[in-house]
Design a protein around this ligand. Structure first.
Ligand code: SIN
Length: 286
């Protein structure tokens, strides 16, 4: 299905995922092409590009066309490019992304999106799955949608990054202490209105969400556990098998993802640039 005159975007599943052809990310792209990619992202929620042999600098420059970039407080980065996270996983450093999550919801303005490139792939495994939070919202009963709308939930940096985690330990005591101080728990709406499409999206994730404000512990746990399970329904998902130099660009405002940890003891290296977004809000449909 062609979504623009310049790009070919083929849907990979009903609710989410599009394979983009007809663009070379090593080139300086026109504003029109960037607008087409943005439009396709809004439509498909995660876009895949194959055979993009670009440098980290070209990767960062492409990401920066969509907004200011985030520097992660803990993950290692490429020397001289602090915004480029290196996810280098092997038997002594297994991934910590093998759970459903939305990136960096521990900040006030969580990312618009992330752009991930395969640098070194294992001989088998290492796929990534994305789930559509608009599809997950739509599949809830109107009663549940109404109940959740207007609620807020706590997002806590230490849920994914407790002091004893490998990522925290690798970062070192001072960096970790500083990151923790800078990121106290904060609130986001449980249902978020997408700032560009206006669609409602479920916005709690197992990476960072700890409880729903205003509910007793067990009440909150029951709802949150249900939602964490609900978002995993295969019908909401697309699964991507990586190839060398493939790139995934996801809309972090309306998706969650899961990195499958099934390739050890082999090594898998990915580079990620993360584009900052805006403050989540909920607006009831008119
Ligand atoms: C991430 O969670 O940002 C990385 C996903 C992956 O490595 O597949």
């Amino acid at each position: 299905m062609a979504l623009s005159n310049r790009l070919k975007v083929t849907p990979l599943a009903a609710n989410i995922g599009g394979l983009v052809e007809g663009v070379d990310l090593s080139q300086q792209l026109s504003d029109e092409t960037i607008a087409d990619i943005r439009g396709a992202l809004l439509d498909r929620q995660v876009l895949f590009f194959e055979n993009q042999d670009i440098t980290p600098r070209q990767h960062i420059d492409f990401a920066a066309r969509f907004g200011a970039l985030h520097t992660h407080p803990l993950y290692p980065a490429i020397e001289g490019i602090p915004e480029m996270i290196v996810l280098d996983n092997h038997k002594d450093n297994p991934t910590d992304n093998d759970s459903w999550h939305t990136d960096v919801t521990f900040i006030d303005t969580p990312p618009l999106g992330s752009i991930l490139k395969a640098e070194l792939l294992p001989p088998f495994g290492g796929d990534t799955l994305w789930s559509s939070m608009t599809a997950a919202y739509k599949a809830l009963s109107p009663t549940m949608q109404k109940f959740l709308s207007g609620l807020t939930a706590v997002h806590d940096f230490t849920r994914s990054f407790p002091e004893e985690s490998k990522v925290s330990q690798n970062a070192g005591d001072n960096t970790y202490a500083e990151a923790r101080k800078k990121h106290p728990p904060l609130l986001h709406p449980v249902i978020r209105t997408h700032p560009e499409t206006g669609e409602p999206c479920l916005f709690v994730n197992n990476g960072y969400t700890t409880r729903i404000k205003g509910m007793r512990g067990l009440e909150s746990k029951a709802i949150i556990d249900f939602l964490f399970q609900h978002i995993q329904k295969p019908e909401f998902c697309v699964r991507w098998r990586w190839s060398p130099n493939a790139i995934a660009f996801w809309d972090n405002r309306c998706t969650q993802h899961y990195a499958v940890n099934d390739y050890l003891p082999n090594r898998r290296v990915m580079h990620r640039a993360t584009i900052l977004g805006d403050k989540p809000f909920y607006r009831a449909a008119a």
